[in-house]
Design a protein around this ligand. Sequence first.
Ligand code: UD1
Ligand code: CA
Length: 478
Amino acid sequence: MEPQLAAVVLAAGLGSRMRSERAKVLHEIAGRALLARALEPIASLAPAPIVVVVGYQAEAVEAAARAALPQAGMRFARQAEQRGTGDAARTALDAIGPDFGGEILIGCGDMPLIAAATLGAFVRAHRAAGAALSFISAEPDDPAAYGRVVRDASGAVAAIVEARDATPATLALGEINAGVYLAEAALLRAAIGELRADNAQHEYYLTDIVAIARRRGVRIHAWRAPAAAEFAGVNSREEMARMEESIRQNINRRLMAAGVTLIDPATAYIAPEAEIGRDAVIGPNVRILGRSRIGAGVVIEGTAWLDGVVVGERSRLKICVRAENCEIGPDCEIGPFANLREGTALEGHNRIGNFVETKKARLGRGSKASHLSYLGDAIIGRETNIGCGVITVNYDGYDKHVTKIGDRCMVGCDTQLIAPVTVGDDVYVASGTTIVRDVAAGALVVSQHPQREKPGWTAAWRDRHANHPKAQKHDAGE
Ligand code: UD1
Ligand code: CA
């Protein structure tokens, strides 16, 4: 039987090299917090419990972890003072408890690129090697500030030495510690108990468990990562921007290989979890975030910001569309300059034109709002035309109210609907109407003031202003 697996994610540090008011793990990479990206592959192994070590901005980091994995049973361990990765791991062991007898996987909250499959392979390799302690090693092009893996003459792992504590000869070693460990719980407890802070940073280094395990004569396995890039940690804004760029390039390459046209891949910012169908065309300067799903043949002309948006097949988003947590059905035409806020649902064949804002608005198939409207908390039927400048008056200063409009209506320009109000099917609303009461199906509704006319009024008005400094501009012949 496979041993029980628990996981620890270290996320208590401030990340001082970020020079930020915000904890490092809360910074976003490809539209999602570093911590969320680091937690997902670990959660895919279904460890129990997952302990996240928090400290700096603990509440905010805990909230981000919960938001990232709402289902997973997570525990939080507070590290009172950031005294090093070894001290952080000790805090987590306390949260796991002394009775846990399985294996403990330890990773860092600042490593957003690790693939779930890689972690799975690491766990299997550890078990296959019969090791008591394993860690992931890599040989990146630039070993930089990573801890170096020191081996003895026989090639066996002897220790991990932090760059700051390393001699030039050790610094010259190309094999580094990726920062992911797997150990028997009993060994980990014992080794962490032996940690000392006698190093350059006066911290408890988790990495010292390797030398301790060696002294104890247990089997140590350094598992060589197939792709070093997966274990890049983020320590500064520059590293973050570089990582963002490399993620973006990978995503864009994958999308283009799958049949998506990117007019300018350098300005297509697409989240890893977004899906884009074949023959979709993504114009310049487009961000597609979250679990957005863009259907086949969709055209996004350019300059768009979409987060959590489903777009049906063949729909066209003209220049400048912002849409968040909403559904756009197939064969729609949106924009230019449209703002589709959360809860907007367009059934299909809809048109939302320039300077239209929607929020929690449902439009049935074929309905249109082509110009200058606000549709909030609105349920609109099929084949209804919302004229220019129509406003749902949904807010009374305390509550939001719903406007319902039926099928096949013609809502005239400059109409206000004072919610809550219901307009039946096949209603004609004369332009300029203020609807305050429900309207029966099939009716014409008019609330305009009667038109009055005063013949010759303009000439009289101008005469009265004959000596006004601006009077000459109305003079005939100019
Ligand atoms: C660590 C390793 C290094 C490895 C590198 C891989 C140690 C001593 N060094 O260095 O060998 O090559 O990761 O990326 O472990 N943290 C806490 N509490 C603390 C200190 C840190 O929770 O008191 C957390 C941080 O929030 C971070 C993680 O531990 O998520 C790693 O800490 P960091 O300071 O980034 O370690 P590195 O210097 O990168
Ligand atoms: Ca780090």
